[in-house]
Design a protein around this ligand. Structure first.
Ligand code: FEO
Length: 174
């Protein structure tokens, strides 16, 4: 495997690992603060990021490179409020998109079209994740500081995740 591409893929493994930890910290904070819908959303998002990381690890190893499992950095313990949690999520996803774009750029420079093809999955995934984070944040901004509205928002988030999980299970034939 091309050396520059391998280094960039290992950097991406780090990013996905820290994303998973970051969202896990948000999930735990939300759970402790009675925001069960947000907690479920973040637990599930954290799992997705772990899946993104594993997909990269397997790709690097299968292509003859060496995947490096990184040390885990400590994510924040406290968050200001619900709005700031989703602002941080969007900011983080934007930084992941930049890193994916950088990876695409390196693949093209090194003429590694196989990895370029593999990375396209992440390009689409980032589009979806940024759009979702923006949509959720827009809702929170509309609600403002209305505690009743925030309660309903959290409850809606919980039921939307249950629905998404059910339809995934139906698609999986479970
Ligand atoms: Fe895997 Fe949300 O970046």
């Amino acid at each position: 495997m091309n050396n520059r591409v391998e280094i960039a893929l290992n950097e991406q493994i780090k990013k996905e690992t820290s994303s998973s930890q970051f969202y896990l910290a948000m999930a735990s904070w939300a759970e402790k603060n009675g925001l069960n819908g947000t907690a479920k959303f973040m637990y599930s998002h954290s799992d997705e990021e772990r899946f993104h990381m594993l997909k990269l690890v397997k790709f690097v190893n299968e292509r003859g490179g060496k995947a490096i499992i990184p040390a885990i950095e400590q994510p924040p313990i406290e968050f200001e409020n619900l709005k700031s949690v989703f602002e941080l999520l969007l900011k983080h996803e934007i930084s992941v998109t930049e890193s994916i774009n950088n990876l695409v750029d390196i693949c093209l420079q090194e003429k590694d079209y196989t990895t370029h093809n593999f990375v396209q999955w992440y390009v689409s995934e980032q589009l979806e994740e940024e759009a979702l984070a923006r949509a959720v944040l827009d809702k929170i901004k509309l609600i403002g500081n209305d505690s009743g509205g925030l309660y309903l928002f959290d409850r809606d988030l919980e039921s939307s995740i249950i629905q998404a999980n059910n339809s995934n299970q139906m698609n999986d034939g479970k």
